[in-house]
Write a protein that binds this ligand. Structure first.
Ligand code: RFL
Ligand code: PHB
Length: 398
């Protein structure tokens, strides 16, 4: 017998879990399939910054209680270059702020919420194939092959998932940036109250954080860098130099990894009954802190379209889904590319490019218009215009 559901969701990252949460608020049933186990998904260290609109979306949909207790409100960031530090004051320039709250905390909150509400989240259930036309999912659990028949499919399974492979007739826009980020999570109090984005002769560095005791730090490294070349001493030394923080305290490293930087957009983000969201549809270099925000915004748009279809049978909003996302996706891509080229040493170390970059940075902090442009994109490029309207999420029978 084939199991049936209204929406099959592939992937329990921020996109898949939030989609399931929003659909549930409207009484639409979904099943989330996640190939990894719960502990792995909850421990995966990734993004840390929520745009104003992403925090608002979590809050308004009832998933923001712990975020509001534990998230750190930041009213700006620092740009550090040529030996000096400059504050970009988001609050003053835009009237909005950001929240520093780890992606794994968002994921933990959404998983707990789904399970408390009786939601169906299946861990260690790997989707092997999606039939976008029939809405059929083939998955493997407990070494058995199983099938689910869904009215609609949300493919939220990241950049290497089956969702993207099941899309038909799409254009893939891709750019590979010639560097990677070496990231550490460390038990050391942040050296600064706000994030520091630093540009140095040696390359980019970022000082972020997760709590008053835990820091998250990144270094630009070359594209094919081997972690073996970065003993702990070297990581800390390089962070101190690039961030201009000679006394940055060295703490226990809790997590370390190297991430290549890519920009990808797949369009249209849909085929027949299947809709892709989050990293399955687009990858951004992390310099703009947009990936998780865009993932949450995509599913906010998608959930409204799906609910409209279940409620009225109208396909209008579903048909427009990709089009409705396009401006936000490309605006976030534009900003992420801007931040990446503003702050990274080019691979050849070209002296002209270096001086030009310093001039760009000086202009960014010296011109109110340039600073305001950075600020309004940092707080809103991925989620501007996406709001949670509770009235759309009531009244559909389960
Ligand atoms: P995810 O989080 O990758 O979740 C996809 C899930 O799908 C599962 N999966 C499958 N499940 C079942 N069957 C299959 N066949 C499956 N194939 C895959 C996977 O196991 C996984 O659980 O995608 P989602 O939900 O679209 O969320 C996107 C974000 O994770 C991503 O954009 C951000 O982490 C990007 N990012 C940042 N975004 C921000 O908004 N702000 C930041 O500050 C920020 N910093 C970052 C980042 C990403 C980074 N890395 C490691 C890539 C910093 C870094 C270093
Ligand atoms: C993080 O805290 O992990 C983080 C913050 C800002 C970024 C990227 C990552 O641009």
């Amino acid at each position: 017998m084939i199991e049936r559901t209204q929406v099959a969701i592939v992937g329990a990252g921020p996109a898949g879990l939030m989609l399931s949460h929003l659909l549930d608020l409207a009484g639409v049933r979904s099943v989330v399939f996640e190939t990894r186990d719960r502990a792995y998904v909850e421990a995966r260290v990734r993004a840390g910054v929520l745009e104003h609109g992403a925090a608002e979306l979590l809050r308004a949909s009832g998933a923001g209680a712990r975020m509001d207790r534990e998230g750190l409100v930041h009213r700006g960031i620092y740009l550090h270059f040529a030996g000096a530090r400059h504050h970009i004051d988001f609050d003053e320039l835009t009237g909005r702020t950001i929240l520093v709250y780890g992606q794994q905390e968002v994921v933990k909150d959404l998983i707990a919420g789904r399970l408390e509400a009786g939601g169906d989240v299946r861990f260690e259930a790997e989707v092997a194939a999606v039939d976008a036309r029939l809405g059929e999912i083939r998955y493997l659990q407990d070494q058995q092959e199983r099938f689910v028949q869904a009215d609609l499919v949300g493919a939220c399974d990241g950049s290497h998932g089956v969702g993207r492979r099941a899309l038909e007739g799409v254009s893939v826009y891709e750019h590979v940036h010639p560097h990677s980020w070496l990231g550490i999570l460390a038990r050391t109090p942040p050296a600064s109250e706000e994030l520091i984005y630093a540009y140095h002769d040696h390359g980019f560095a970022l000082h972020s954080m997760r709590s008053p005791e835990i820091s998250r730090l990144y270094l630009q490294v070359s594209q094919d860098e081997d972690l073996a070349g970065w003993p702990e001493e070297r990581i800390w030394e390089e962070l101190r130099i690039r961030l201009g923080e000679p006394s940055l305290p060295q703490g226990e490293i809790l997590d370390v990894g190297i991430t290549p930087m890519r920009s990808v957009v797949v369009e249209p983000m849909q085929t027949a009954r299947m809709f892709v969201a989050g990293d399955a549809a687009h990858i951004l270099p992390p310099t703009g802190a947009k990936g998780m925000n865009l993932a949450l915004a995509d599913v906010a748009v998608l959930s409204v379209a799906m609910v409209e279809w279940f409620r009225s049978g109208s396909t209008a909003a579903l048909e427009r889904y990709s089009q409705d996302c396009a401006n936000r996706v490309w605006r976030a891509q534009r900003f992420s590319s801007f931040m990446t080229s503003l702050l990274h040493r080019d691979a050849e170390g070209d002296p002209f490019e270096h001086r030009l970059r310093l001039a760009n940075l000086a202009y960014t902090v010296g011109s109110r218009a340039a600073a305001a442009s950075l600020a309004e994109n940092y707080v809103g490029a991925a989620t501007d215009g996406v709001v949670f309207d509770p009235s759309l999420f009531n009244g559909v029978a389960r």
